[in-house]
Design a protein around this ligand. Sequence first.
Ligand code: TTP
Ligand code: MG
Length: 403
Amino acid sequence: MGGIMNEDIWHGHKVIMHIDMDAFFAAVEQKINPGLRGRPVIVGGPPDSRGVVSTCSYEARNYGVHSAMPMKEAYRLCPDAVYLDTSGGKYTYVSVRILNILKRYSPNVEPVSIDEAFVDITGSYERFGGPEKLARSVKEDIKREQGLTASIGIALNRFVAKMASSSSKPEGLVIIPPQEVKQFLWVQPVNHLWGIGPKTEIALKNIGIYSIGDLAEESEGRLKRMFGVMGPVLKGMANGEGDDGVRLCTEEHEAKSMGHEHTFHRDTNDPDEVTGLLMYLSDRVSRRLRISGCEGRTVTLKIRKSDFKLVTRAMTLNVYFNSEKVIYKAAKKLLLGNKFLDHPIRLIGVSASNLRKSEGMIPEIGLFDNDTHNGTGKIDQLLDNLRDNHGEDSILYASTLRF
Ligand code: TTP
Ligand code: MG
């Protein structure tokens, strides 16, 4: 072996794969219910609800519907779509299975969001016959085992890989060899560069920078005067420079949180309604923690009042948790302790943060004054088993049935 023909174009570079599922929540719904395939599906709630679109199938995108659009506007654009509530547990369940597929190809997997991850395949692509074959094999596994499609980008660092995967959605596979990074980047509009928001875009356009290529050629001094330390960083990115270190699961857990939220159909401060929703959200968060093998130490309650004011309150416990009951109790303490029931509430969110990888059984006694509850772990285990085998909504707490 050897010789010029076999020279590895990636030599001296990392090989980073970015994977992002296509229309994730909607695709999961279409997979579970084949009657929805090929149809516009909008996930986020009923068409008359006051929430926003979480996501929609590509069929619905043809009508101009997109994530974060108010549901009412989505309905105006696409009244014939199928409208579904989000059902967090189902998506987390699939998400964890996709992460497990990725781990077959490299131990260095960095989950970024529920449907997105970076994988450092530098040390493993040869075993699979090269980056392209590896990526095709990942897509096939996901298709065969989960019935879903993903878009993949491969490049020498994280941000170029991410730009590559988003450049040909859905079902894309875009590989940018190190020698072609500049060609790939420079023809794109400057707002496509990762991290450039609308304000920076306007500032750049004001000085005649429209494409990433324009940015790459701009003088560093001028960019520094305009954007401070970010100026040279932007220029470096326009030339393809970026972070190529993926952060492994354990580091990820320390940084991130897992949460769920829900908008009421009408504002309420009815204690039963509000605590019922709290229980539902706590159940979802705890299930997600357990599926991902995590435990948290901080519970955060987010409340949007009827005047749209957003308030968050957090409580850090002295031990780690992953059970619904512990999260619910903390969330309820935050709710009552801050007198949130004095005024009507529009939206509630519950999240767990300060995360780490689970370390077996977690003691659940003594977290709260006057509280010694046993058996919670067993109930959670039972619920997990039922849901793993019969679906996420096969069993719910009675007080959560209305959500
Ligand atoms: P995305 O990957 O941004 O979107 P997507 O997978 O639905 O579509 P695609 O990647 O093909 O463009 O987000 C992943 C999931 O996160 C999405 O299916 C639903 C959820 N989500 C929200 O709930 N609200 C949002 O505003 C966004 C952007 C996503
Ligand atoms: Mg996606």
